[in-house]
Design a protein around this ligand. Structure first.
Ligand code: CAA
Length: 258
């Protein structure tokens, strides 16, 4: 991990933990930081011993957005030629699950990064927002699309047009986050949830993630068909036999990821 300058990368058992680490800029997401997240995720995805990842920030900020200093002088052709922001999408395309553990500010690209993860656990201190409109622009890493799917048009529109922040309680009420946790326990709880997921059958977990994500990409009928195909295919797995035999024997299942 000595190669990383803007994040900390650790493994805790079968869980890969990425901690955003640019404290002086409230973890503003510059191109180096996003490249390092992708590099760390590449490593965790290759590692058969890792079953789930957690991305977190500091107590004060998950991330206060894309790095404004880095982008303020960019000209249009440059944004187009370098395909500015598109590298971020790789976080959303991962096959193993990623939990965002959010304390403090998750603004702009920070909120968008959290929404690219599979679910968000929020500290009671979390604040979510898409303040790009105040900078004369708009969300550029999926915010207008993902926030709208999470919270519906009215709230997404209000937040994107005014830059208003949502606190943790509101974020839980409207379904942006799965749960709110006391700030002091956030990372431990996220690691615990991630460890639970990592102990499941890895192919089942990955197929489940793929199937839930289908819900955002297709019609209900096609999505249900996709689910049914994958569900049937799972009966070819040793882990299906083991999981159901363990239930019948009243013992914990021991999955072999096969
Ligand atoms: N980019 C670069 N630097 C940032 C930053 C960002 N997004 N957010 C904060 N910082 C820096 C500040 O410039 C400041 O640096 P200095 O100490 O060198 O002055 C440091 O972090 C601490 O920030 P503040 O002094 O502003 O702290 P605060 O507690 O007074 O305010 C805040 C906190 C409300 C989060 C405020 O920092 C803020 O509004 N930040 C910008 C939020 C924002 O607009 N995010 C959207 C970015 S655009 C985007 O993300 C595009 C996209 O969709 C991909």
């Amino acid at each position: 991990t000595a190669a990383y300058e803007t994040i900390l990368v650790e493994t805790r058992g079968k869980v890969g933990l990425i901690t955003l680490n640019r404290p002086k800029a409230l973890n503003a997401l510059n191109s180096q930081l996003v490249a390092e997240i992708n590099l760390a995720l590449d490593g965790f995805e290759r590692d058969r011993g890792i079953g789930c990842m957690v991305i977190t920030g500091s107590e004060r900020a998950f991330a206060a957005g894309a790095d404004i200093m880095e982008m303020k002088d960019k000209a249009y052709p440059e944004t187009y030629l370098e395909d500015f922001i598109t590298a971020w999408d790789r976080v959303a395309q991962r096959r193993k699950p990623i939990i965002a553990a959010v304390a403090g500010f998750a603004l702009g690209g920070g909120c968008e990064l959290a929404m690219m993860c599979d679910f968000i656990l929020a500290a009671d201190t979390a604040k979510f927002g898409q303040p790009e409109i105040k900078l004369g622009v708009m969300p550029g890493a999926g915010g207008t699309q993902r926030l709208t799917r999470f919270v519906g048009k009215s709230k997404a529109m209000e937040m994107c047009l005014t830059g208003r922040m949502m606190d943790a309680a509101e974020a839980e009420r409207v379904g942006l986050v799965s749960r709110v946790i006391p700030a002091a326990d956030l990372v431990d709880e996220a690691l615990k949830v991630a460890a639970q997921i990592a102990d499941m059958s890895m192919p089942s977990v990955m197929m489940t993630k793929e199937s839930v994500n289908r819900a955002y990409e297709t019609t209900l009928a096609e999505g249900v068909r996709f689910e049914r195909r994958v569900f049937h295919a799972m009966f070819s797995m040793a882990d299906q036999k083991e999981g159901m035999a363990a239930f019948a024997d009243k013992r914990p299942a021991k999955f072999s990821n096969s």
